[in-house]
Design a protein around this ligand. Sequence first.
Ligand SMILES: Cc1cc2nc3c(=O)[nH]c(=O)nc-3n(C[C@H](O)[C@H](O)[C@H](O)COP(=O)(O)O)c2cc1C
Length: 257
Amino acid sequence: MVVYLKTPILFSSILRTCTFTTLRRMATINDKMEGMRQSYEVESSISEDLTVKDPMELFKVWFQKAAEHPDILEPNAMTIATCSKDGYPTSRYVLLKGLTEKGFRFFTNYESQKGKQLIENPKASLTFYWEPMHMQVRICGDVEKLPEEDSTSYFHKRPRESQIGAVVSRQSQPIPNRKYLEDLREDIIKKYEGKEIPKPTYWGGFVITPVTMEFWCGGVGRLHDRIRFRIPALSETINSDLTKEGANGWVYERLSP
Ligand SMILES: Cc1cc2nc3c(=O)[nH]c(=O)nc-3n(C[C@H](O)[C@H](O)[C@H](O)COP(=O)(O)O)c2cc1C
């Protein structure tokens, strides 16, 4: 049996067991990391005078470019950062599964860590990074559950094996071993043979309505381009030297990289 001690004690004992070999390996990895550097040989590509002034529209333009890029296999992969009330943020990748009039939607298990956190604290941050294009989009916004009928409709569009996976996986719960999951999958396959698989109540979508959206483009010598859109406060006096008028209630600013 393994007895886990409280974190600080465990951490100090890990430090004590660092052998010469592990320290040397760490130093080699660190040397490598310090030398890892890509230069983004592109001149400024977000022009001062944006032609698309609504960030949702600009997102569609950038996304389309990423979707057509031969070296980007999952242009809709994005990290979503959530935060529980204890203040620890956590992030992970999910797949963007559509834009709605409210914002960005994705699907998950409502009882997973992210699901619980989003229900407890309905705010999130999304990040897309399309590496071959040196482009990043960051979104911060308010989160809502999608209407049940939208989740049900999308659930039935998924391949049958993904539907089975959603029924089998009580996402983020500890399980005894891999076989437990595989046995459960076999049971579910048998149970629903020849029948429609009902969407589990604990599975569905969320939509993130953006309050800020930042577009970043890698530039020469780390002088990247950053344009951040935001919805100004009603009482705000706009300094037109720094803040430009966007479309549909947005304003935007160029930020120092
Ligand atoms: C590229 C990629 C796409 C993913 N897409 C999803 C997704 O759309 N929904 C989902 O629940 N998990 C997805 N995952 C798994 C999540 O990253 C994560 O492991 C899982 O949702 C559990 O996260 P949580 O315990 O923080 O809730 C994806 C992982 C990767 C690497």
